[in-house]
Write a protein that binds this ligand. Sequence first.
Ligand code: ZN
Length: 390
Amino acid sequence: MKAKDRRLAELKRSIPEVLPEEALALQKQGALLLDVREADEVAGGSPKDALRMGRGFLELRIEEAVPELDRPLLVMCAGGVRSLFAAETLKQLGYQNVKSVAGGFNRWKNNGLPFDMPRVLDADARERYARHLLLPEVGEAGQLKLMASRVLLIGAGGLGSPSALYLAAAGVGTLGLVDHDVVDRSNLQRQILHTEARIDAPKVASAREALESLNPRVKIVGYETRLDSSNVEEIFSNYDVVVDGSDNLPTRYLINDACVKLGIPNIHAAVYRFEGQITVFWPGYEKRRGGCYRCMFPEPPPPESAPSCAEIGVLGVLPGVLGILQAVETIKVLLGLGDPLVGKMLYYDALQGAFNQFKLARNAECRVCGDNASFNGYDDYAQVCNSSSS
Ligand SMILES: [Zn+2]
């Protein structure tokens, strides 16, 4: 008898086994069914409500997932052998009531017992997003969530460039890009999606090329158009989050009003010379903790007092800092991580090297997000200047 067979015979004596039907009945009484097969096996189906934890991660993760050492555990693999070894490991970790499912998932499935087809990451995604998978706060479930998420970026310019690059790299499934402009040589000082070779190309096309070569798994949807009241809802309603990288007031108000009306979080940032600011407008979040852009500035200034259209200088790397912060807040919102910048404004002074955070109060009288607000249509404020993204 080989050593392996001797060991197996020992395990069969020491680990109680149950048939799949008994396992299902015990599961209904509160026992935990633990599927220890690898991800590619689980992709072909796994019992309903089973905890899926590959054999290789068992020692590392089981204590966090199942802190109660007296909870009955039913260990399952494909055929009932690996589950015996896994059960032995669990006993050594202190679990007192561990059984192995004889015949494993193959018998479970053949006997017609219920199972799900869980969505799991393929090998390419596991490799690409390995550093996310190592974070328990993201993990496989979080990565799958990102891959199913849809984020709309307004402007493929100074703010949109770093946001889009990092969101694509992070594996956000669908990135929409709205920009009606073409690439200009003077953009390249900060708009890092674009290149010298793509000057005069539409920014949307140039951005698509950059993002698809970074991560071909991300679907890029381009809108080579100017956002206005006639198209804003049609475009926005396809997305979970909107990232405002616009640099003009009419667009900013339009984005604000549409996001409030549709209940979409609006990741807002603005830059000026050596300074920038970022906040998340999401009036629906946590019992209306935060307000909207109109809570701060109820109406745009009249065109005659608006700043002139002469170009304002900006340190090229500054929108990089703020655009990356927008990508961070976007991922936090998508995954429900931490505390988003709702009701808070983060202000960055590059010359002082200082970040400051201010509270932003919601205005109960706000005509868009206030207590008695009702939607009265969009305002198409006159475009004073021609650019659409910083
Ligand atoms: Zn408001």
